[in-house]
Design a protein around this ligand. Structure first.
Ligand code: NAP
Length: 307
């Protein structure tokens, strides 16, 4: 079965038309990236903090880790695949950014505990946790096989509890105090993504989990928030879609283009920052308005979404 990419939310021919007063802006291609700052800054928003990012070997997690490091944080790159994690840490260090690596599979409770123990032993504190890693097993709900389902649930649901259990004792002692940001998806409860409904269901669990956790940790001063990306240009997304397909999908969004990892990272850093001091239990969609575009009627989907 070929499953649709998660963010195949914009297949509808319905598009947001220009208003009478605004100029018509043609949809931008997926590629143009804002120019990120590349040097660490001593006065950065996160100078002196320790930030652990899961799934930081590549993709969105890597960009989030980079953004924190550029803002002065020491980042702990938590990765499952050693070669990605090692490459990320090496490249960060070559640029003068402060980074170290912890390796493990979040589907394994013992690995989660070990990664957090190593991070705190090495750096003496933990101030921010960003949980970006996620398995994205595909399959129809009635057909997804048990092994895939088991790994999906352990990676995306059980791991939420294991990460929280490992992180909270340290976050509550943080001088900030601590913050947690969970990466969700528009697929959690807003869009229908063919082939990714089991994955989307785990993101719905994540959203509810994070809201509840915000309530539990608020009295400790620890803030918990969620960022929900839409179609975002990462390796994974480009494994499902060509650039042309992504451009075509995204052209139906109100903002007319796919998101960039840097744009998701900016939202994460905002929620972790002092500027968001009164925000907890929030879920911030960063999707260019994709969730407002109706999914096309049955039969109107292209080849990439056929089952
Ligand atoms: N890109 C999008 O369009 C999009 C849209 C909505 C939401 N998101 C969310 O954004 C986050 C990052 O996605 P992405 O596009 O950057 O995908 P990605 O490139 O596939 O990155 C996912 C990361 O999660 C890690 N991971 C998966 N299962 C793991 C496990 N059991 N233990 C440890 N690490 C594990 C992967 O590790 P390996 O390197 O070992 O594979 C990888 O580093 C995810 O939470 C995803 O649901 C992405």
């Amino acid at each position: 079965m070929t499953a649709a990419p998660e963010a195949a939310t914009g297949l509808s021919a319905t598009s947001a038309g220009p208003s009478a007063t605004e100029p018509v802006v043609p949809p931008a291609p997926v590629s143009p990236a804002p120019v990120p700052r590349t040097e660490p800054t001593a006065e950065g928003r996160f100078a002196g903090t320790v930030v652990l990012v899961t799934g930081a070997g590549r993709g969105l997690g890597r960009t989030i880790a980079e953004a924190f490091a550029v803002e002065g944080a020491t980042v702990v790159v938590a990765a499952r695949t050693a070669r990605y994690g090692e490459r990320t840490v090496r490249e960060f260090r070559e640029r003068g950014l402060s980074a170290s690596l912890v390796l493990g599979d979040l589907a394994e409770r013992a690995d989660v505990a070990k990664m957090f123990d190593e991070a705190v032993t090495r750096h003496g504190a933990l101030d921010v946790v960003v949980h970006s890693a996620a398995d994205n097993a595909q399959g129809l709900l009635a057909e997804i096989d048990d092994d895939a389902l088991d790994y999906l649930l352990r990676s995306n649901v059980h791991a939420l509890h294991w990460i929280t259990r490992a992180a909270v004792p340290h976050l509550r002692r943080s001088k900030l105090p601590g913050r947690m940001i969970f990466i969700s998806s528009g697929a959690a409860n807003r869009v229908f993504s063919p082939g990714l409904n089991a994955y989307g269901s785990t993101k719905a669990y994540l959203e509810s989990f994070a809201r509840g956790l915000a309530g539990e940790l608020g009295p400790l001063g620890v803030r918990v928030n969620v960022v929900g990306p839409g179609l975002t240009v990462t390796e994974r997304m480009l494994g499902h879609l060509t650039h042309a397909q992504a451009d075509s999908l995204a052209s139906t969004y109100p903002l007319g283009r796919a998101g960039l990892p840097e744009e998701i990272a900016a939202a994460v850093l905002f929620l972790a920052s002092r500027e968001a001091s009164y925000i907890t239990g929030a879920s911030l969609l960063v999707d260019g308005g994709a969730s407002m575009v109706p999914f096309p009627a049955r039969g109107a989907m292209n080849d990439s979404t056929s089952h």
